[in-house]
Design a binder for this molecule. Structure first.
Ligand SMILES: [Zn+2]
Length: 458
C-alpha cells in the first residue's frame, strides 16, 4: 500500500483510502460527517471514472487494486468559477490602474481594448488564464466577453476556438458584456444577440453605470429578457457594483423577470450596494430576488479592491453582497474570481481555493453553522447547467483536488500550494505558466530582477 497522494498510481484505476470529502458535495446517502461537514470515505477509481464512494473501512480491501492512503486529507471536486473576465486578464503591466478606482478601471480597459485587443492578443491572454485556472484545479469557467463595437466579432470566435481546445479539461461558457443602453440601438443589439446565439453563449449587460434606474432601464431589461426568451438563452448581469444610493437595479431586474415571465436562469453579479441599504429595504429586495428565482454571485476579491477606495482615507466597508441573508432566503449564492491582473483587480490568478479562503475571511463563512463549499462547486455548476461538475459522485469523471489538510482549519490556513489536481483519474502538471511568456504583449522593456545578466533561454 502506498502512503500519501504523491504516490498516486500512474494508471487511472486505484482506490483512495480515508479521503475527507464535503458531505454537501457527495450525494452518497448515509455518510456520517464531522463538525466541518466532512465525511471520511474510500473512493474507487476505475478507468478514470469514480466507481464507488463508501464510508471509510466498510468495503473489502481485497480488490487487487492499488491503494493510496490519504490519511484523512480533504478531497474536493474541481471547483467551478462562474464569473471571470478571461478577455481582460493578465494585461496589468500594459495598463495598470494608477489610483485603483472603478472609473479608472473602466477608462483603462476601454483604452486598452481599442488599442490592443486583436484576436492574437485576446487568445494569448485568455489561454494563459485558462492554464493558470487548470493548474490550480478549476474544472469549469464562465467568462464575460466585452461585446462592444468591433470587439464582438473578434472575441467570440476566439472564445469558440478555445472552448474546443479546452474541451475535456475545462468546460467553458461565455456571456456578452455591454452597457445597458447598447440594447436601445436596435441593429447593434440584434448583432450581439445573433453572435451570442450562434456561439451558444448567454446575454449579459452592466445595469448600473452611475444613473439611477428609470423607465429606460426597465425597457432595456425587458428587451434583454424578451431576446433571451426568443433565443432560449440564460442571462448573467453585472449589477449595482457601486456604493451609490442610486445603485438600485437589482429590484428592477427581479421585477423584469417576473413581468416577462422569463423562465431561463438569471445570475446577478456583485450587487454591492445592497449591503448599504437600510435593513428593511434590503430585506424587501432580497424577498423579491427569491421570488424572481435570481441567483447571486459575490466577487469578494475584486470588490474589496475597488469599492470604498478614496485617496488618504481608510476603507470602511467590504463591498460584498449580504450573502448570508440571501442564502437564508433560499437564493442560490456563490463566489467567484472576477478579474485577474487587469485595471479592475490588480491581483488574482483564477485560483478558486484562494477565492474561497479569502471569501471565508471577508464574508465570515466560518463559524456560521452553514457549509459554504457549495458556493465554489455544486451551486455554480447547477447555475451553469453542468450536472457532472462541482460534486464527487459515482459515475462521474475522477476529477479531484487532493490536499494534505485534514480539517477546514488546516485547509484555510495555508494556500494549499502542494495540492494535487487529478483529471480523469490522472494527476496533471500543476506548474503555473511563467509571466515572462506575456512580455511580448506588454510593450514594456524586459528586466531581470535577479541579476544583470538576462536569461537567454526564454
Ligand atoms: Zn465582472
Amino acid at each position: 500500500m502506498a502512503f500519501g497522494f504523491a504516490c498516486l498510481p500512474a494508471g487511472a484505476t486505484y482506490r483512495l483510502l480515508r479521503a475527507r470529502v464535503p458531505a454537501v458535495l457527495v450525494p452518497t446517502r448515509g455518510l456520517a460527517a464531522d463538525e466541518d461537514g466532512l465525511s471520511l470515505v474510500d473512493i474507487t477509481v476505475e478507468s478514470g471514472r469514480i466507481a464507488s464512494i463508501v464510508a471509510a473501512g466498510t468495503a473489502s480491501l481485497d480488490t487487487g487494486l492499488d491503494a493510496v492512503e490519504l490519511d484523512g486529507g480533504i478531497v474536493l471536486p474541481r471547483p467551478v468559477d462562474i464569473h471571470t473576465h478571461l478577455d481582460k486578464g493578465y494585461l496589468w503591466p500594459r495598463r495598470p490602474n494608477r489610483d485603483g478606482t472603478f472609473m479608472s478601471a473602466l477608462a483603462g480597459v476601454d483604452q486598452d481594448r481599442s488599442q490592443h485587443w486583436t484576436a492574437d492578443d485576446v487568445r494569448t491572454r485568455m489561454n494563459f488564464g485558462l492554464r493558470c485556472a487548470f493548474a490550480h484545479g478549476t474544472g469549469a469557467i464562465r467568462t464575460h466577453l466585452d461585446s462592444i463595437g468591433d470587439q464582438t466579432d473578434i472575441s467570440w470566435p476566439v472564445f469558440a476556438e478555445l472552448r474546443e481546445e479546452w474541451r475535456g479539461r475545462i468546460a467553458l461558457q461565455a456571456t456578452a458584456l455591454f452597457p445597458l443602453d447598447l440594447v436601445l440601438d436596435e441593429e447593434t443589439f440584434r448583432h450581439v444577440v445573433a453572435t451570442v446565439a450562434r456561439h451558444g453563449g448567454l446575454l449579459g449587460g452592466v445595469t448600473f453605470l452611475g444613473q439611477a434606474p428609470d423607465a429606460a432601464t426597465d425597457h432595456a431589461l425587458d428587451r434583454i429578457f424578451q431576446a433571451a426568451d426568443a433565443e432560449g438563452l440564460d442571462v448573467d448581469l453585472h449589477v449595482d457594483e457601486s456604493a451609490s444610493p442610486d445603485a438600485r437595479t437589482l429590484e428592477r431586474i427581479a421585477r423584469a423577470v417576473i413581468r416577462n415571465e422569463f423562465r431561463g436562469k438569471v445570475l446577478c453579479g456583485h450587487c454591492c450596494s445592497l449591503a448599504l441599504q437600510p435593513e428593511a429595504e434590503a430585506e424587501r429586495v432580497i424577498d423579491l430576488v427569491a421570488e424572481a428565482r435570481l441567483a447571486v454571485v459575490s466577487l469578494p476579491l475584486c470588490n474589496l479592491y475597488l469599492q470604498d477606495r478614496q485617496p488618504r482615507r481608510t476603507p470602511r466597508w467590504r463591498g460584498v453582497v449580504p450573502i448570508h441573508e440571501l442564502q437564508a432566503a433560499g437564493v442560490p449564492v456563490m463566489v467567484a474570481s472576477d478579474n485577474t491582473r487587469d485595471p479592475f483587480y490588480a491581483y488574482g490568478d483564477l485560483d478558486m481555493i484562494e477565492v474561497f479562503r479569502e471569501a471565508t475571511r471577508i464574508l465570515h463563512f466560518d463559524h456560521s453553522g452553514h457549509d459554504w463549499l457549495r458556493t465554489i462547486a455544486a451551486t455554480p455548476a447547477d447555475v451553469m447547467g453542468l450536472d457532472r461538475h462541482g460534486r464527487i459522485e459515482a459515475g462521474d469523471a475522477a476529477d479531484f483536488v487532493l490536499t494534505r489538510a485534514r480539517s477546514l482549519n488546516e485547509f484555510l490556513s495555508r494556500p494549499q500550494s502542494d495540492r494535487m489536481v487529478v483529471v480523469a483519474g490522472r494527476p496533471i502538471d500543476t506548474t503555473l505558466p511563467d509571466y515572462r511568456e506575456l512580455d511580448p504583449l506588454m510593450n514594456v522593456p524586459r528586466r531581470n530582477a535577479f541579476g544583470s545578466q538576462a536569461r537567454s533561454d526564454g
